[in-house]
Design a protein around this ligand. Structure first.
Ligand code: ATP
Length: 200
């Protein structure tokens, strides 16, 4: 029997409140540079790092994430973090995404360099570092030096074209009555408008 190569899967967790072009460029560049066969976007359930902030309803973030990725055959969305009760921890995300495949897969955790700065605070970090390789993308305003490579974290740095957009900025722009068109996919812009998100 011919043995097929192990598929390489990128896992891209985020609040996606809303998903924007920075997320899509990051996922696409990671897929291209690391020869990934698929990128799974995983909207968080209850993001423990953002407890102090008001996060939009998971159903709305999921709908926006689905519409943001639907035109790219390399991208799909997993609801595992939304379905799991309690705080979202990356180590659980990885186990759940792995369980979505019948075959053996190699998992790559895609992350902005800013988010990899405080790895030492993550839940069961050593286990996570054994289970995945990280693909860290540069993000305007954050340097590589911030990345925490303790716990044997295997990190591949990828330079992507700088996209200086954040979900925070998108929400603020809507609140201020400014456009987010071209900062987010058209379908996301329409969803935000039709559902009156981020107005107050
Ligand atoms: P917020 O502004 O609400 O904190 P965000 O724009 O950082 O949100 P998240 O959904 O929290 O978006 O991010 C998910 C992942 O995408 C994180 O790893 C983050 O570092 C990365 N990321 C977000 N925006 C960019 C960007 N413009 N360039 C590179 N990476 C990004």
């Amino acid at each position: 029997m011919v043995e097929l190569p192990v598929r390489r899967i990128g896992v891209f967790g985020g609040t996606f409140d809303p998903p924007h072009l920075g997320h899509l460029v990051a996922a696409s560049e990671a897929a291209f540079r690391c020869a990934l066969d698929e990128v799974v976007f995983v909207p968080t359930g209850d993001p423990w790092q953002k407890h102090h902030l008001k996060v939009t309803d998971a159903a709305a973030r999921l709908a926006m994430t689905r519409s943001a990725v639907e035109s790219d055959p390399l991208f799909r969305v997993s609801t595992c973090d939304i379905e799991r009760d309690g705080a979202t921890y990356a180590v659980d995300t990885i186990a759940d995404v792995r369980a979505e495949y019948d075959e053996d897969v190699e998992l790559y955790f895609i992350i902005g360099a800013d988010s990899l700065a405080n790895l030492h605070t993550w839940h069961r970090v050593e286990e996570l570092c054994k289970a995945v390789k990280f693909i860290a993308l540069n993000r305007p305003g954050h340097s590589r030096r911030e990345v925490d490579t303790s716990f044997g974290a295997r990190v591949e740095f990828i330079d992507m074209p700088a996209v200086d957009v954040s979900s925070t900025e998108c929400r603020q722009r809507v609140r201020d009555g400014r456009p987010i068109r071209y900062l987010v996919p058209d379908a996301v812009e329409a969803y935000v408008r039709e559902h009156g998100l981020y107005r107050s």
